[in-house]
Design a protein around this ligand. Structure first.
Ligand code: ADP
Ligand code: MG
Length: 180
């Protein structure tokens, strides 16, 4: 119960901190984050990468996905009730708004979880130990509990905190990439 309240307070604090970032700073931090991802050996070797289609207050993925989808298989989440299903990104033109107003690919559901080489995961906040906090619905905890691949959390500087309050079901990241 205590964790639940701590998480709620932290979510509010981080949301305000992100809103306080200028668009120039966001763009600068995004550039640095994607440079780190592109030079990462696991990313370089990966054929199939789980990404996410970013909303305004998340590390922007749109350009990166459009650039890399020519060379790699990019999977994106599709909200299905309490679960995230995965579908292959086949271009913006083929996406449709889903449950939370987020653009989602259409087409067949990707079920080969062992075929995923790397997951790049958004969050509200992370710490350097690899703990992650989301929006409070546990979507990524449920999804990542069945994915063996490396999990990289990515976040703006304002989303990195000393210590995330964690619960037993929280999935840990292999590493967290933040602007350096
Ligand atoms: P978030 O990770 O989005 O910050 P929480 O970690 O607070 O959210 O989890 C939200 C809810 O999701 C919790 O009440 C938890 O019971 C549920 N949940 C998390 N992971 C799982 C799981 N693997 N299976 C079933 N329910 C889960
Ligand atoms: Mg969680």
């Amino acid at each position: 119960m205590e964790n639940k309240l701590n998480k709620i307070a932290l979510r509010k604090q981080i949301r305000e901190a992100i809103n306080g970032m200028s668009s120039e700073l966001c763009a600068k931090e995004c550039k640095n984050i994607w440079q780190q991802v592109a030079s990462d050996p696991i990313f370089q070797r990966a054929n199939t990468v789980l990404l996410y289609w970013s909303l305004n207050n998340e590390v922007d993925t749109h350009q990166f996905i459009e650039e890399w989808c020519k060379r790699k298989n990019i999977l994106l989440p599709v909200v299905n009730g309490e679960y995230l299903q995965l579908k292959v990104f086949e271009g913006i033109a083929k996406m449709k708004k889903g449950a939370y107003g987020i653009l989602e690919p259409q087409g067949e559901v990707w079920k080969d979880y062992d075929g995923i080489d790397l997951c790049i995961i958004p969050g509200v906040a992370f710490d350097k130990q690899g703990h992650r906090m989301g929006h409070g619905k546990g979507y990524y905890d449920r999804l990542l509990s069945i994915v063996l691949a490396a999990k990289y959390g990515i976040c703006y500087s304002t989303q990195l905190v000393d210590e995330i309050p964690t619960d037993p079901w929280d999935e840990e990241m292999t590493k967290v990439i933040y602007p350096k």
